[in-house]
Design a binder for this molecule. Structure first.
Ligand code: NDP
Length: 301
């Protein structure tokens, strides 16, 4: 079988793949499967025999879905960097929720007044939106800290949380929320002003999923209305050019990082992502059941 790879992968991963596939950098007519970060309509057109696309990232929202023929199975790489994203989400949440950032800023200014109360995670209601690889890890950590975790997704999932498929029930009176939802046609603009307004006045909303899941204008509105509501996010609408969302970064109730939660720059994390992706495409080639097969109906219009 022939596997098309269109980006640089570690040498040992390529050697493992070569035990199962003839690996090529050429989008040729006899290619059976592809291992890619992204793939263009032009590449797809050149590979009429293609039956499987393994994407190296957890998110699949960047693919040219309308150009991928229906008989082609698409698999993502969820889980491969979920530990890294979970650690980052918890770091963002605790730094904001426990007022670490506020006190550090005050100390830098020479303001040593202890005038901000520190809330507890233990006993507080915290919503986790999306309980897949990332969300379930985040929810477990928060549950260990004693939070009353409300997990929101479509299909029920067992764990140390209260499951709901109502976004309203998850967010109502919540002290904090962590969003780890993928972006697809069912989640785009899902979280609106009215949802955010259900949360407590001083709530912290963390986003490590995708910016587009949140209604941008609704978020701006609540941030302007409620100075004590905090939005802490790693993901932004203007993906390549972060400057386009700079109106958020300068707000006193926003904490921004530039899409680094997935272990950005870590060789270990990248290696693990590549190994998991390679194992998955080999599982498919050997007749097994690959992980993270995309629900096409979530992405196709
Ligand atoms: P998973 O596929 O493992 O989990 C996705 C979760 O979202 C599932 O619980 C799924 O459950 C739920 N979900 C999907 N659609 C809906 C919907 N319409 N309503 C409610 N719940 C929904 O993905 P991961 O946890 O691995 O990753 C999630 C996202 O995080 C990625 O898609 C990516 O966008 C982002 N990410 C960000 C990174 C960063 O650097 N900031 C790095 C890695 C990932 P169900 O289908 O049952 O509803």
């Amino acid at each position: 079988m022939k596997l098309y790879v269109n980006f640089q992968i570690p040498k040992d991963v390529e050697e493992a793949l070569e035990k199962v596939f003839a690996v090529t950098r050429d989008a040729a007519p006899d290619v059976d499967a592809a291992l890619v970060v992204n793939i263009s309509p032009e590449e797809l057109e050149k590979m009429p025999r293609l039956r499987f696309i393994q994407v190296a990232t957890a998110g699949l929202d960047h693919l040219p879905w309308s150009h991928i023929p229906p008989h082609v199975t698409v698999a993502g790489n969820a889980g491969s960097n979920a530990d890294a994203v979970t650690e980052f989400a918890i770091a963002l949440l605790l730094a904001a929720y426990k007022k670490v950032l506020k006190y550090a800023e005050k100390m830098r200014r020479g303001d040593y007044n202890r005038d901000i109360a520190i809330p507890q995670v233990a006993g507080s209601k915290i919503a986790v939106l999306g309980v897949g690889e990332i969300g379930s890890r985040v929810a477990r950590v928060l549950s260990l800290l004693g939070a009353e975790v409300w997990a929101f997704a479509r299909s029920p999932r067992e764990g140390p949380w209260r499951f709901t498929n109502s976004l309203e029930d998850a967010l109502r009176r919540a002290s904090a929320a962590v969003c780890a939802l993928p972006l697809n046609k069912t989640t785009a603009n899902l979280v609106k002003y009215d949802h955010l307004a259900l949360m407590r006045e001083e709530a912290v909303f963390v986003n490590v999923g995708r910016a587009e899941v949140i209604d941008r204008s609704g978020l701006l509105k609540i941030l302007r209305e409620r100075p004590s509501f905090m939005y802490v996010s790693d993901v932004w609408w203007s993906r390549g050019d972060f400057s386009k969302d700079s109106e958020f970064y300068s707000m006193p109730n926003v904490v921004a990082t530039p899409w680094v939660a997935g272990g950005y720059g870590s060789v270990e994390v990248w290696h693990k992502m590549m190994r998991q992706a390679a194992e998955n495409v080999m599982t498919w080639a050997l007749g097994g059941q690959p992980r993270n097969v995309a629900k096409r109906e979530d992405y196709e219009s």
